[in-house]
Design a protein around this ligand. Sequence first.
Ligand SMILES: C[S@@+](CC[C@H](N)C(=O)[O-])C[C@H]1O[C@@H](n2cnc3c(N)ncnc32)[C@H](O)[C@@H]1O
Length: 400
Amino acid sequence: MPLCHLADVLARFAQKDSQISLRAARRKSEGSDGDGPCDSRPFPKPRLFPGLGNYPIYLELATTFSLGFYLEDGPRLSLRPFVPARTMRTASADQSLASHLGAAERSSKNHAGACDHEQMLGQYIPLLYHYNMLQDTDRVGAFFAAIELLVRPGMHVLELGGGTGILSSFAARQGAHVSCVERNPELVRSASRFIQVNGLEGKISLINADAARYVPSAPVDIVICEMLHVGLLREKQANVIAAFKRNYTQVHGPTLPVFIPEASILMAQPIHQSFDFAGYIAPVPMFQAPLLDQPRTTPLGALSPYANIAYNDFIPLEFNIHQRVRSIANGTVNALRFVTQNVLGIDMEKQQAITWPNQCLVLPVETPFDVVAGQEIDMSFAYTAGGTIDSVSESMKLSS
Ligand SMILES: C[S@@+](CC[C@H](N)C(=O)[O-])C[C@H]1O[C@@H](n2cnc3c(N)ncnc32)[C@H](O)[C@@H]1O
């Protein structure tokens, strides 16, 4: 196995521990950083964030916030949110907006106008909507970087929900044997054509199956799965990986593969959102591109992590959240913003994380209320992983 898992890091959160440097050393001695085949890269540089001074690993977060893993006082590890000096605005962020709007759309459309439960939840994503995902350089570049970091020649890689096969192609070009599971037969047919066009036949085996039921005949080194949506809503990332782990360990024993992503960090934040549209007030739910400035949004509460999901560890499928959040400014709270950061991989040697944030989700609260800086805000909501945005809205309660 090539790298440590974020679960290890989180499990040792706030404990005295020196395993991080030991693991990095172990990885080096295992020679896992040999050079695999290298392709031309049509992406901007992956977002690898260097440490801040003594704080070697930090994960950039959506919009105005970052969350850091700080290695403090030598071995002690702690996790603290912090606010970066300024927000990022990049050319690719604009693309990211388009693509995230596409992602919103892809989750609500279906192929034939039918609208069964599965389709409404974004389980069926027709080929037409894959363009948005393929041209999202933030998404594709981050997965490329993580796959390049973790996949070594000769490994067996399994992709769950392969779509057009793009992520499988990155693993195949690293020299891995890849099995790519996709439930939608239309996509399997298209992926088969694309794999041929790219000269990767013989390196990627396509399997038309439900990833929540599929078990590979032999153990695999790495599992790639991108069925990610903000808050782990709508798409079934958590449910599919939880089911896969159950099935896999029954057949192959307790040793799990490395997951890409390794983890998702789910956060929420009370905000003031301007819902004024040409003088017409319409508090509607909305998505926000994670890397763009949001002039209509004023953060009023601290960004509050409510779940750290490490995919090789226990995966909660129910979120029943009650938290008190300190307000950071005076204002009127009228919405809750959901922010999700995915840790695709961690390079322990460089002390860097490869991350990809989902689009943020802003949900209006029923009864807006005023707060002053320092005051506590009560925040509660409940939903099931893969559930609807409406289910979150209906359960949400905020008050001072
Ligand atoms: C967000 S897309 C990602 C596609 C591709 N991995 C990529 O990165 O471009 C998720 C894919 O998972 C597939 N999918 C969803 N649920 C699935 C399941 N239970 N089994 C297999 N594939 C599934 C969808 O059809 C879709 O192609």
